[in-house]
Design a protein around this ligand. Structure first.
Ligand SMILES: NC(=O)c1ccc[n+]([C@@H]2O[C@H](COP(=O)([O-])OP(=O)(O)OC[C@H]3O[C@@H](n4cnc5c(N)ncnc54)[C@H](OP(=O)(O)O)[C@@H]3O)[C@@H](O)[C@H]2O)c1
Length: 256
């Protein structure tokens, strides 16, 4: 049985770019996203252009029942998972007082509970497919404690901590755990529009999802722990480590 890569949130943006990058490496795929998101067309495209096996599942991953259904369906089809990419995520950029309870509760499920549960469900698959690995998609927002990104940043900080800790536990089995923390990417049309309005320095850090996916997978297959795609984002991280906290607080407070 050949190992597959399972990518959540593969219908568009970063997840779609990661799927195409995998296909270029002739790796079989399992793609998941919400219903009616064009996964069938993407699967057809990948199957016919790259001669790989692609299965797709349209489901809402915010539900525990659906995560279990996905796992059972994999077993029924005889698909074994070698790599898991927890990419599906709900973004947000707004004041906490304006967020609805339903939105942030679902966001916490999709960004935190689902990647944790999928990692647990497929643990035996990773063990039988070593060398194998898990790539969790966090964000640079996990480092910076930005206003307007309170819940989002918190969910991504969870992923960073979870991944670093789990990496130490799973190393002895030959299972690699990596975390990617992208800065801004031109994924949705809303984000493209927002990114165009940024100042010159911030705009120069924005990556296309294709570029970010290429860098990410290269580093992932080298077993890198924390992946920060893009030179400008690495500079931001360096500045963050040397700038005093009171200056950073003053700069980030302006975002409100
Ligand atoms: N874009 C950025 O600037 C940026 C920066 C840093 C980190 N990230 C992270 O990168 C990842 C991808 O971001 P993106 O910009 O590519 O997002 P996106 O274009 O909005 O894509 C999100 C993907 O997740 C899927 N998804 C969302 N909720 C789901 C649910 N309940 N069940 C199943 N699938 C679900 C979406 O499916 P549908 O297509 O069906 O809706 C879509 O495939 C996220 O984890 C995000 O936090 C993004």
């Amino acid at each position: 049985m050949k190992g597959y890569t399972l990518i959540t949130g593969a219908s568009q943006g970063f997840g779609r770019a990661l799927a195409i990058e995998h296909a270029k490496k002739s790796m079989n795929l399992v793609l998941v996203a919400l219903p009616n998101s064009g996964l069938e067309q993407l699967s057809d495209f990948l199957t016919s252009n790259f001669r790989i096996d692609v299965s797709f599942f349209e489901m809402d991953l915010s539900s525990k029942k659906n995560c279990l259904r996905l796992y059972i369906e994999m077993k029924r089809k005889g698909i074994s998972i070698k790599y898991l990419i927890n990419n599906a995520g709900m973004l947000s950029n707004g004041l906490f007082e304006d967020m609805t309870e339903d939105y942030f509760l679902t966001q916490i499920k999709v960004n935190v509970a689902t990647p944790t549960l999928l990692t647990k469900l497929f643990l035996d698959d990773f063990k039988t497919n070593v060398p194998s690995g898990i790539l969790n998609v966090s964000s640079m927002a996990s480092f910076f404690h930005l206003p307007r990104k309170q819940v989002y940043g918190g969910t991504k900080a969870y992923l960073l901590s979870f991944s670093k800790s789990l990496r130490k536990e799973l190393k002895r089995y030959g299972i690699s755990v990596s975390i990617v923390c992208p800065g801004g990417m031109n994924t949705t049309s809303k984000l493209c529009l927002q990114n165009r309005k940024l100042n010159h320095v911030s705009r120069s850090s924005i990556l296309n999802p294709e570029e970010a996916a290429r860098i990410t997978l290269n580093d992932f297959f080298k077993g890198k722990e924390v992946i920060i795609p893009g030179a400008m984002n690495k500079i931001f991280m360096f500045l963050d480590s040397i700038i005093p906290a009171f200056i950073k607080n003053r700069l980030t407070a302006n975002v409100v």
